[in-house]
Design a protein around this ligand. Structure first.
Ligand code: PMV
Length: 355
């Protein structure tokens, strides 16, 4: 009863944080809890093929992106394997071929680390499940799904922090918060409270302002929070914003939602601008878009708002029932600020799927 070879394919979505994670402790432990919308269209599809090899004390893997061999991705995955080996003791017993592709363009400024690491973690969980099933038939099936997703999220976190919020949908919390039972620094959990219809099928149109590589990686950015003069206040604020969101999500208060979400996006970038060394990831067109959104909202009363990731692209968030009007606004007034006029229409999604 040894598994010689096999393959699994998973697709996992990206996610966009409403309350941001920025700053971490050793072991990929977040300094503050965060909450995100799981996305739907932006995802990574990964096939993991594995074949038994001699355990020679080394990892053996090949990585392909969109069919092309990518040796420069290997060190990152190797580091990931090193971190998770104690939880996945079979990693050195197999050769792995990782074939991955994204539904969004490779150079779009959209980080594929969240969707990529969660897809890979899920494939590895499928391998573990098969090895356990073959070795023993005494697995408690009722525990299985919960264990599977939690451990996948736990592993994904060790690949890239925010990846742990890309296993499930539609709202996911990562980081211990006293008001959210079951929340943990170690993995993401499905948001456990009532969510008003206003937030069902929420839209996220991603305006691609700058498709280039970020000048400052999020790893460097997180580390700059260590000696940051405003760090402790920021971590407190994130806890408070998450607490306030619980009521906002329940009552459907869009005005209060917008205040929290836009405030979080600007605070994230304010932390970057006030770290040492300081840096700016927004571009002039990011600000043009923000100002256009504010003017449009003021003028029409339509509850459209923005959020930002660690980059120049703008996520335009709006309720499903405003889709027609907001799409017209985006086409008429915002597309001109996108690089090559490119943007991606996405919405809240419901998590990863085995293919
Ligand atoms: O998961 P990382 O280490 O790439 O950090 C992501 C940080 C933000 O995207 C800026 C915020 C978040 O909570 O996703």
């Amino acid at each position: 009863n040894v598994v010689e070879r096999g393959q699994f394919t998973w697709e996992a979505p990206s996610n966009i944080a409403l309350v941001k994670y920025w700053g971490k402790k050793a072991g990929q432990i977040p300094e503050n809890p965060s909450i995100s919308f799981t996305l739907d269209a932006c995802k990574t599809i990964t096939t993991l093929r594995f074949e038994k090899k001699q355990n020679d004390g080394a990892f053996s893997l090949d990585v392909y992106l969109e069919g092309e061999k990518k040796d420069d991705f290997k060190p990152k995955i190797q580091t990931f394997f090193e971190r998770i080996e104690i939880y996945m003791p079979f990693l050195k017993d197999y050769h792995f071929k990782i074939e991955t592709s994204n539904t969004f363009p490779h150079s779009s400024g959209i980080a594929s680390s969240a969707s990529g690491m969660s897809a890979l973690a899920l494939c590895l969980m499928s391998v573990e499940k098969e090895l356990i099933a073959v070795a023993s038939s005494a697995v408690e099936t009722s525990l299985e799904d919960n264990y599977f997703n939690l451990k996948a999220s736990f592993l994904a976190r060790l690949g890239s922090g925010s990846a742990c919020r890309s296993i499930e949908g539609d709202l996911v919390v990562w980081g211990k918060h006293p008001s959210i039972e079951g929340s943990s620094d170690l993995f993401g959990v499905k948001y456990p409270f009532e969510v008003h219809n206003n937030f069902k099928n929420y839209n996220d149109t991603i305006l691609l302002v700058d498709k280039g590589e970020k000048q400052v990686s999020s790893t460097v950015g997180h580390n700059l929070m260590y000696d940051h003069p405003f760090a402790q206040e920021r971590f407190k604020q994130a806890n408070k914003n998450l607490f306030n969101l619980i009521d906002i999500l329940k009552t459907g208060d869009l005005k209060a939602f917008i205040e929290v979400v836009e405030g979080e996006a600007l605070t994230l970038h304010a932390m970057m601008m006030t770290s040492m060394p300081y840096f700016i990831l927004m571009k002039p067109n990011t600000l043009e878009i923000i100002n256009k959104i504010w003017a449009y909202r003021e003028h029409t009363g339509i509850p459209v708002c923005f959020t930002l990731d660690a980059g120049a692209n703008v996520h335009v968030l709006y309720p499903e029932k405003e889709t027609v009007r907001v799409n017209e606004f985006i086409k008429n007034e915002l597309v001109e600020y996108c690089q090559s006029g490119h943007y991606i229409c996405d919405k809240i999604g419901f998590g990863a799927k085995r293919v």
